[in-house]
Design a protein around this ligand. Structure first.
Ligand SMILES: *[C@@H]1O[C@H](CO)[C@@H](O)[C@H](O)[C@H]1NC(C)=O
Ligand SMILES: *[C@@H]1O[C@H](CO)[C@@H](O)[C@H](O)[C@H]1NC(C)=O
Ligand SMILES: *[C@@H]1O[C@H](CO)[C@@H](O)[C@H](O)[C@H]1NC(C)=O
Ligand SMILES: *[C@@H]1O[C@H](CO)[C@@H](O)[C@H](O)[C@H]1NC(C)=O
Length: 408
């Protein structure tokens, strides 16, 4: 028994050492053109520093993109990046992307700019140097809730920082309760024009598929997109709350000989993981046919307290990573093994620095990026500005899974 707990302690120490804290803020700051503009924005209520919560991230070369959704009024800019060229300043200011103008809400009566970003939760860098942005178009979500522009997919060319496509979702893609807060992109670097994007609708329990070549979208329904009524109770960072969020975390497995991938997915208020082949999703006829019900699979149950927001897949190690909201950490699972509580391993855990691991992303150098942001306290009781509230970590994947059941 003593030996076992000793080994556990050593294991945990090794685990923590594998993770580097790259950014840590009490409150976010932004790279304003000058102090007068910033002071004016504060005076007019256009900028309320404590209302700005980082939520999603992804990396492309020297840019780490960070989203700040318009939960409340006073968001400086919703899509931003942090420069990663050294030396890194841990409290760096966010730089709006592609510009301040694109991130400024239009005055009433003005039509939004073509490249306008109103409110985004998650973004995705693809293998073709493009940034895909899911814009809900909704400002002041918890307050008055103003639909400033239609819910849309925006795609930027990262080499030129130009908007190369804007696709407004069709009325048949959404319902009254729809909420699109995530996007994953299915593409290979040699076939950039054959891209598909998958958008989970966590509010109306469906998945919207977008085809780049057809410039068309369709809505896929399935029972597995719904939340589990017994798994909607959360305790995170000392805050208790109940959520009904459906399908949210998506991750694509490796390309198979057929040319298709497995899409792993889970509702947020659930401890189960499901999957479906992209062969089903990409074919509009098959995807929207109720007879396709049995083409969706149950991978298994991860066990108590394993509710996850984000997930991402590392092809080289064949490992799926999942945030662990109720456990202040991140877990891994290798799909070569059946999914059950024994085959789900925590790779990091810390009840101070990893409170609400909101988003994770794997970059092209096989680093896992983790963003923790104490979102429940932000939403329900307010954060303490005299302590660190938001953190971004980076970890080498091989180091992370070493000594876990996930490594081969
Ligand atoms: C780090 O960034 C913050 C916010 O932009 C700034 O106030 C601070 O002076 C910077 N620190 C260094 C050492 O450059
Ligand atoms: C895609 O479709 C939308 C409307 O559904 C249209 O506004 C847009 O111009 C189209 N884009 C391309 C590249 O065809
Ligand atoms: C979609 O699936 C249907 C039924 O299996 C098939 O007839 C059709 O050719 C497929 N379409 C495409 C574009 O693959
Ligand atoms: C945090 O974790 C430490 C070490 O496992 C434990 O001693 C402490 O009680 C925990 N604190 C809370 C608030 O859960």
């Amino acid at each position: 028994m003593w030996k076992l707990s000793f080994l556990l302690v050593i294991g945990l120490l090794e685990i923590q050492a594998a993770v580097d804290e790259i950014f840590a803020w009490n409150e976010l700051s932004f790279d304003w053109p000058n102090n007068e503009i910033k002071d004016e924005a504060i005076k007019s209520g256009q900028y309320v520093p404590e209302n700005n919560l980082p939520l999603g991230l992804d990396r492309w070369k020297d840019k780490l993109f960070v989203t700040v959704p318009r939960w409340k009024a006073g968001i400086a800019a919703s899509l931003n990046f942090l420069p990663l060229n050294s030396p890194i300043n841990k409290t760096s200011s966010l730089i709006p992307y592609p510009s301040w103008k694109a991130n400024t809400l239009p005055e009433s009566g003005q039509t939004p700019e073509e490249n306008q970003i109103v409110s985004t939760f998650r973004v995705k860098v693809d293998a073709c140097d493009r940034l895909w942005v899911m814009d809900t178009g909704l400002a002041d979500i918890l307050g008055e809730g103003k639909q400033v522009s239609p819910q849309a997919i925006l795609v930027f060319d990262l080499k030129t920082d130009k908007l190369i496509r804007r696709y407004n979702l069709k009325p048949t893609d959404y319902k009254e309760d729809s909420f699109f807060a995530n996007i994953v992109v299915d593409v290979s670097a040699d076939k950039c024009d054959e891209a598909f994007a998958y958008l989970p609708d966590l509010g109306a329990y469906s998945l919207v598929v977008y085809s780049w070549s057809e410039n068309d979208s369709w809505r896929v329904k399935h029972n597995f997109f719904h939340f589990d009524p017994l798994k909607g109770d959360f305790n995170v960072g000392g805050v208790n709350f109940q959520w009904t969020d459906g399908v949210f975390g998506l991750a694509l497995g490796p390309q198979q000989e057929t040319g298709f991938r497995t899409l792993y997915f889970h509702p947020l208020a659930s401890t189960r993981e499901f999957s479906v082949s992209t062969q089903v999703l990409k074919n509009k006829t098959v995807a929207t046919d109720p007879h396709s019900y049995y083409l969706f699979k149950i991978e298994g149950n991860r066990g108590d307290l394993t509710q996850a927001s984000a997930s991402d897949f590392d092809e080289k190690s064949n490992v799926l990573f999942l945030t662990q909201l109720n456990r202040d950490g991140v877990a891994c699972w290798n799909p070569k093994k059946p999914l059950n509580p024994q085959n789900l391993d925590l790779v990091v855990q810390d009840n101070q620095t990893l409170i609400f691991t909101n988003d994770i992303k794997i970059d092209s150098d096989r680093n896992l990026w983790i963003l923790s942001d104490k979102m429940p306290a932000f939403l329900y009781k307010g954060l303490n500005p005299s302590e660190v509230n938001y953190r971004i970590f980076k970890a080498n994947i091989d180091e992370l899974i070493k000594n876990t059941g996930c490594s081969a």
